[in-house]
Ligand binder design. Structure first.
Ligand SMILES: [Zn+2]
Length: 89
């Protein structure tokens, strides 16, 4: 087994551990909920911001959302293991 060494992720790991609500981008911090899940918090914050006056494109950009479907969404990883790393949730 090869190990991936990704030191640029260290900030994310250490910061995420101290965050009360993971997955919520700073620009969408007005989101008043905590779903207890990084992926549910991310899409919840994006959708809440859109419903409360933020243009959808701006909310999606803040959350690195590339696509929203009825049952899933696609987002970029802010601290990717490799270039082009995307997440489907
Ligand atoms: Zn979830």
């Amino acid at each position: 087994m090869d190990r991936l060494w990704t030191p640029w992720r260290y900030q994310y790991i250490t910061k995420a551990a101290g965050s009360a609500r993971t997955g919520i981008p700073a620009a969408l911090d007005a989101y008043p909920h905590d779903n207890g899940c990084v992926f549910c918090n991310l899409i919840g914050a994006v959708r809440w911001a859109t419903q409360h006056g933020t243009p959808q494109a701006d909310a999606e950009r803040a959350g690195n959302i590339l696509f929203q479907g009825e049952h899933c969404y696609l987002c970029l990883n802010a601290f990717p293991y490799s270039s082009g790393h995307v997440l489907i949730s």
